[in-house]
Design a protein around this ligand. Structure first.
Ligand code: NI
Length: 398
């Protein structure tokens, strides 16, 4: 492929700058829905590089185009590279010289790394601007950590119009720096939140037969939900139902009027996801009907599952082989039941996301969302080079 030597040289030359950008973001993290400063900073840098920047009118989240001369949507492709930019409500405990200065907010999911990697792709590909075989669009997406999140909003803002492929990455603190993890097909799960309120009739704990005990009814429903995986749902297609909050009453001897269960349901397939609400309703209606209670169910739909396109993943593998060698490829055996709103882009165009190893060779392992999370910055240029090569090869493939 033409241009890869210049590309590597440009990204290698910018590595110090990418580390500086990542540290600057790390020192000034912003929570989901508040990424105003980050968005402004990125918009300035991208404009200075000569990209055409589109900031959402709300001031958080943007996309930017790197368009070669003579580009025509009829004959050329567009590949998008996505980074997320928000941080988490965590008090940083790394003691690094560039630790968060915004106390209580921390880039503990590596979105500062993702942002710097995508900026590295822009810095590298700008050098090849007029040799580019198509257009490259960059998503700097706000609010990945919350639902409803930023991906859906950036799509509504038009970021996917004309896009043929989408590329993304996520840091992986368990995988050593110099390796990437990748997988065809399901990569993450959908995650939908629920709130189920069981309404009974309270009274004296000595005489539950005079009451309709919502705690008892809710626990029967909870047990039914836990048993549904593998019984009501096909055991070969995972469903993870977790009840994370149980709220009812506050005395020792008073049966309350209501009991509330809150939690999440995660699935890999869209078909199984469709079956969740009917199952909840059948179960709640059956148990409540038996004991004379009533229920209200609210479902809050989160991100769908990510399914990596095999062709796009093949371009990522080829890029990683060139950058890191064949032994650096880790084939992820099973999908994560966590969720990622990258999936909203994949509803509109094929794409893939890989895991970028960020565990230091002698560093301790600190998981994502840990207050001691500290990725190895050598991964920055690696992530940039793989994304940039995969984008170039997708633009030029026939
Ligand atoms: Ni993340």
């Amino acid at each position: 492929m033409t241009g890869t030597a210049e590309l590597d040289a440009a990204i290698a030359g910018a590595h110090g700058e990418l580390i500086a950008l990542r540290r600057e973001l790390h020192q000034h993290p912003e929570l989901s829905r508040h990424e105003f400063g980050t968005t402004r900073k990125l918009a300035e840098r991208l404009s200075a590089l000569g990209l055409e920047v589109h900031v959402r009118p709300e001031g958080i989240g943007l996309y930017a185009d790197l368009t070669p001369a003579g580009f025509s949507p009829a004959t050329h492709r567009t590949v998008a590279v996505r980074a997320d930019i928000d941080a988490l409500p965590i008090v940083e405990a790394t003691a690094l010289p560039y630790a968060s200065q915004n106390v209580g907010v921390m880039h503990a999911c590596g979105h500062d790394m993702h942002t710097a990697c995508a900026m590295g792709v822009a810095v590298g590909l700008v050098q090849l601007r007029d040799q580019l075989p198509g257009r490259v669009r960059f998503f700097f997406q706000h609010s990945e950590e919350v639902a409803p999140g930023g991906a859906d909003e950036l799509v509504a803002f038009g970021c996917m119009e004309g896009v043929d492929y989408v590329l993304g990455l996520h840091v992986d603190p368990v995988l050593e720096v110099g390796n990437i993890g990748i997988k065809d097909g399901p990569m993450t799960a959908s995650a939908d939140a629920f709130e189920l309120v069981v309404r009974g009739r309270g009274g004296h704990a000595a005489r539950p037969h005079h009451c309709v005990d919502p705690v008892f009814v809710a626990t029967q429903i909870a047990t039914g939900l836990y048993q549904a995986a593998g019984r009501a749902f096909d055991a070969r297609d995972p469903v993870v139902i977790s009840i994370a909050s149980v709220v009812a009453g506050d005395g020792f001897n008073v049966i309350p009027d209501t009991a509330t269960l809150r939690g999440t349901v995660r699935t890999l397939s869209a078909d199984t996801r469709q079956e969740v609400v009917p199952l909840f309703r059948r179960l709640a209606a059956g148990v409540c009907g038996t004991y004379g209670a009533e229920y209200d169910l609210e479902m809050y739909l989160g991100a769908p599952s990510i399914s990596n396109d095999a062709e796009v993943a093949a371009h990522m593998r080829a890029a990683a082989r060139e950058v890191l060698g064949p032994e650096s490829l880790y084939e992820i055996p099973l999908p994560s039941m966590g969720a990622e709103d990258f999936s909203y882009y994949l509803e509109r165009a094929p794409g893939a996301m890989f895991r970028l190893g960020t565990k230091g060779h002698d560093g301790e392992e600190h998981f994502l969302h840990s207050p001691r999370f500290a990725p190895d910055e050598r991964a920055l240029a690696i992530g940039s080079r793989i994304l940039a090569r995969a984008a170039l090869s997708l633009l030029s493939s026939t």
